[in-house]
Design a protein around this ligand. Structure first.
Ligand code: F0G
Length: 361
């Protein structure tokens, strides 16, 4: 049998991950995503800064969750799990369902009813998960998953499962290897707060192993209506157009706060209007289409750069010539409905050359 596991993050970073020869590697060749230089964002920031976009939407299920899920499902398979469960705003459930399908284990996903982007919902179904939509939000779903995990023989694959964070830290390794060092600043959207925790862990580990000369300042951006860490209190009814980060009580709250403090970074908020503007701007100017939650990192960078925005980390604090990485976490096609609402009118035309030329003049 051919070994197809020579790619994927476990193959690439095996020595930094808690796997052994007894771990059956469940992989879809995730990771090794492009780090794309952005000339127009670099121009907007100025002062010789270089902006790079880590395009995690190019993972197998269209989001960064695949990095964590290859680890969580591989370990669940090693432990003989017959079923896995997660709460999700959509991307974790898509990844869990796909990797569970590949491992041949049952997958149950708990979703907040009516609040999942269409692309993500159909992924869970197509990968064969049992889809349960609760009349509550993500925080309620995660509480229920924890309760179910206490009594039932089902493995939890949310980021409270430490293997998830271990897998996700590999994005930092890739960035360091590509840039030749860590960047000065790293910007991320923050929801359940696992990813900023994971990136920080990756940066700290590679720095400790002399693979980089420094660690970046971590800047996290929450949606203004779902910003528990920024406001330092649980938000009971979180709201935002960026459904992926519609979370009021993040599981990795404390770890994310530590990452931000230790890195001398900051937590800040962006409004839904800023998020959607950044989403359109990135697609229009750099040809990179991301889902709304992912655009929070771009909106965040633009908030730092803008005047009188009240940014927690204004660009005046960027050193000249800084390398800045923005992670865009999920593909734009995940959420066609929010994107469609922003599109202009389609031009109807007869199938005639002259008429078409009139329209496009
Ligand atoms: N961006 C996207 C596209 C996400 O799906 C998520 C989280 C985040 C950012 C925030 O990352 O939670 O590690 O701070 N999505 C989870 C899910 C909650 O269920 O798919 P985080």
């Amino acid at each position: 049998m051919k070994n197809f596991h020579d790619r994927g993050i476990i193959a690439r970073y095996r020595q930094y991950l808690p796997v052994t020869d007894a771990t059956p590697v469940v992989s879809l060749n995730e990771g090794s995503t492009p780090l794309i230089y952005s000339p127009r964002l670099s121009e907007r920031v100025g002062r010789g800064c270089e902006i790079y976009i880590k395009y995690e939407g190019l993972n197998p299920t269209g989001s960064f969750k695949d990095r964590g899920m290859t680890m969580a499902i591989s370990k669940a398979a090693e432990e003989g799990a017959k079923a896995v469960i997660c709460a999700s705003t959509g991307n974790t459930s898509a990844a869990a369902a796909a990797y569970a399908a590949r491992a041949g284990v049952k997958c149950i996903v708990l979703l907040p009813a009516g609040k999942i982007a269409m692309g993500k919902l159909v992924q869970a179904f197509m990968y064969g998960a049992k889809v349960v939509a609760i009349d509550g939000n993500f925080d309620d779903a995660l509480r229920l998953v924890r309760e179910i995990g206490e009594t039932e023989p089902i493995s939890i694959v949310n980021s409270i499962n430490p293997y998830r964070i271990d897998g996700q830290k590999t994005a930092s390794f890739e960035i360091i290897e590509e840039l030749g060092d860590a960047p000065e600043i790293h910007i991320l959207p923050v929801g359940n707060a696992g990813n900023i925790t994971a990136y920080w862990r990756g940066y700290v580990e590679f720095h400790a192993g002399n693979k980089s000369t420094k660690t970046p300042k971590m800047l996290g951006f929450q949606a203004a209506g779902s910003a528990p860490i920024f406001h330092n209190r649980i938000i009971d009814n979180p709201e935002t157009v960026a459904s992926a980060i519609r979370i009021g009580n993040p599981a990795s709250w404390q770890l994310a706060s530590n990452a931000i403090r230790e890195s001398q970074g900051a937590i800040d908020i962006v409004t839904d209007i800023e998020i959607l503007e950044a989403q359109r701007w990135l697609a229009n100017h750099e040809g990179i289409f991301v889902e709304p939650a992912s655009a929070a990192s771009i909106a965040g960078l633009l908030k730092c750069v803008g005047e009188k925005t009240g940014a927690a980390f204004p660009a005046a604090r960027f050193a000249d010539g800084s390398k800045i990485v923005c992670t865009v976490t999920g593909h734009g096609l995940k959420d066609p409905d929010v994107a469609r609402e922003q599109c202009g009118a389609i031009i109807p035309a007869k199938a005639e050359k002259d008429e078409i030329l009139r329209h496009i003049a």
